[in-house]
Design a protein around this ligand. Sequence first.
Ligand code: EZ4
Ligand code: CO
Length: 388
Amino acid sequence: MTSPGRNFVTLKIETDDGVTGLGDATLNGRELAVATYLSEHVVPLLTGTDPHRIEDTWQSLYRGAYWRRGPVTMAAIAAVDVALWDIKAKVAGLPLYQLLGGKSRDRVRTYGHAHGSDMPELFDSINARIAQGYPAIRVQTGIPGLRKVYGVRSTLDQGVLPVVEDWDSAAYMRHVPAVFEEVRNEFGPRLPLLHDVHHRLTPIQAARLGRDLEPYDLFWLEDCTPAENQDGLRLVRRNTTTPLAIGEVFNSVFDYQTLVNEQLIDYVRSSVTHFGGVTPLKKLFDFAALHQIRSGIHGPEDISPVGMAAGIHLDLAIHNFGIQEYSGYTDLTHEVFPHAFTFTDGYLHPGDAPGIGVELDEQLAAAHPYAPAYLPVNRLLDGTVHDW
Ligand code: EZ4
Ligand code: CO
């Protein structure tokens, strides 16, 4: 575990030939649970096994535990899976994307984050992202009467207890369409715009918001409602043509079954790190492709450069790539995880180093130890706990 700005959990597997592979097991706010799951329950099972049997290892960790799915289990399995793909690709002398079928495109389109408590601050933030070359931008905004721009957390917001934020869905729904109207008026029709609702609306509210945002031609509306109720998305889908993206908190293909089979969404948001690795995420993307659904891998700064790199290899290789979220990292994080992937003019490339192309500076990592940090907790204005 290391905290060069925020906490990351990294697994290193070494073969008896001396080849090493890295995997990301970071679960924001619950890091110690995954680290313990790995050290106490997974590492002893791996010692002495064949590192080339990736599918078999995945199945034995998933089925063999008896207790299936769940973010802790799947982040732990993901770390093993990615480390084994890293090893296999290094032994082959190829960048991982070559083992996934080779490149389907030359570079990987990303979107960046813009947010502001008011319009001038938001416009400055969008302009800063455009100046960095981002070809698409997620727009989040302050809501009059609420204290903070929601769904946005500062990198250094570490503390022993979660910060409490406030929320009012009605005020949000009144305000957001007007913000997008002003953003379109200022930046024109061509800039792809995204927006993250962060699971805060009911299906009927989400349907209404999607409809109200149609004139502003969003690239996607994300996590419009808590989607463990997959059936609820039927109501949203029937009532709006705004494209929908869901899945950053999902950890299994079964979380998507209705959403994909009935084509209720347009983008699947899972990351390598929280979905059990490259092996199951490739299967999800192939399943999604049957229904004209594309990828939109979750790429916040709480996925380590190891998990990010594994995702970029997939982005380059799969046919039904949509977009990759990328918010960058602190300078120190780049130093702790020296990497072959590049970010140039808003586009990522995994690089051509053998494996996934990320190393770990263990000395520097150790100099920045784990520090407890939590995501905020959200409450309605009367004090009721709400989704964050
Ligand atoms: O709040 O990853 O789309 N991106 C997001 C993220 C999440 C964090 C939670 O750990 O919603 O920024
Ligand atoms: Co999100």
